[in-house]
Design a protein around this ligand. Structure first.
Ligand code: NAD
Length: 289
């Protein structure tokens, strides 16, 4: 690494807090080296209060691009000069590009989710999709599915703050992508949930339910909703195989875990930064297994 760094080496970054656990520096530095890009990547612990100064520093230091993580994803959007269509509808960014002081914001979570499905042979075009959860991940997935041609999306959330978020997003999608029908329901309405899953091609969990240390919990209690021609995808990646996926697999559904979404959202940001494909298979073997 130190042999690669010269006076001409470009810098990319991750900002947010905490970042000390992040796998992004390893993933991007490895990929820069492998693809021959003269760049390095560092993580900076940045609170919301520090965000304006961090954005100014990105411009001053001519940092070429930056990933953005919690808690800065929504606030960072306000500093962008331009936004990708998905970032504009979602209202958050996780990637920014700095072209001579002009900042463009992107969100790659939804693209990563859909690429992960594709890698498992699943397309979203013309499909009906039931999505549990309308937080950060769920919103990005809904928007990208709509932009990529999903026919209908049924969003289920418990009646917490994210329920109102779901209603807002549905309104925006109905305006921006009118061909995609979006409806929002209460996750506690189990009868409606079973009904919507019965008419869906793909079921997605983007709630936190099933995440470590609650591995024994699934957002779906009634395992009768699973069937052979239903694809069940989880965004949770710790554990890699959740109770939801185990139950679905037992019933014969095709299952897709969340770790690939993490890989492919990073690969998409790498492509935005460099115009190159990340060596995803190697990155997967080295950092995600
Ligand atoms: P968030 O805090 O923005 O949203 C949390 C969501 O979980 C909301 O919809 C909330 O209503 C729901 N929820 C919380 N507790 C619940 C409960 N007891 N019952 C039902 N619903 C409940 O979080 P986020 O960033 O959207 O993350 C959600 C999940 O997605 C997490 O497991 C996270 O690890 C995962 N995620 C994965 C990736 C990836 O690349 N694979 C990326 C981002 C997030």
């Amino acid at each position: 690494m130190e042999k690669r760094i010269t006076g001409k080496t470009s810098l990319y970054s991750l900002i947010g807090s905490p970042v000390d656990h992040s796998g992004s520096p390893a993933m991007y530095n490895y990929s820069f080296e492998k693809t021959g890009v003269d760049a390095a990547y560092l993580a900076f612990d940045i609170s919301l209060e520090e965000l304006p100064d961090a954005i100014a520093a990105i411009k001053t230091l001519k940092i070429k691009g930056s990933n953005v993580t919690m808690p800065c994803k929504s606030e960072a959007l306000k500093f962008m000069d331009e936004l990708s269509p998905a970032a504009r509808i979602v209202g958050a960014i996780n990637t920014m590009v700095n072209e001579n002081g002009k900042l463009t914001g992107h969100i790659t979570d939804g693209v990563g989710f859909i690429r992960n499905l594709k890698e498992h042979g699943v397309e979203v075009k013309n499909k009906k999709i039931t999505i549990l959860g309308a937080g950060g991940a769920g919103t990005a997935i809904q928007v990208q599915c709509a932009l990529d041609g999903a026919r209908e999306i049924s969003v289920f959330n418990i009646k917490d703050v994210f329920y109102d978020n779901a209603l807002e997003t549905a309104k925006k999608i109905n305006m921006e992508v009118p061909d995609c029908i979006v409806n929002v329901f209460d996750l506690e309405d189990t009868e409606k949930l079973s009904q919507e899953i019965a008419g869906s091609d793909i079921l997605v969990n983007s709630t936190k339910v099933g995440m470590h240390p609650d591995e024994n919990i699934s957002p779906i209690q009634d395992v009768n909703v699973f069937r052979k021609n239903l694809v069940v995808a989880d965004t949770v990646y710790n554990p890699k195989v959740t109770k939801l996926l185990m139950d679905a697999e037992t019933a014969g559904s095709k299952t897709v875990g969340g770790i690939g979404m993490l890989l492919w959202q990073g690969a998409e940001a790498f492509n935005i930064y460099t115009g190159l494909e990340m060596p995803a298979q190697e990155v997967n073997e080295l950092f995600f297994k």
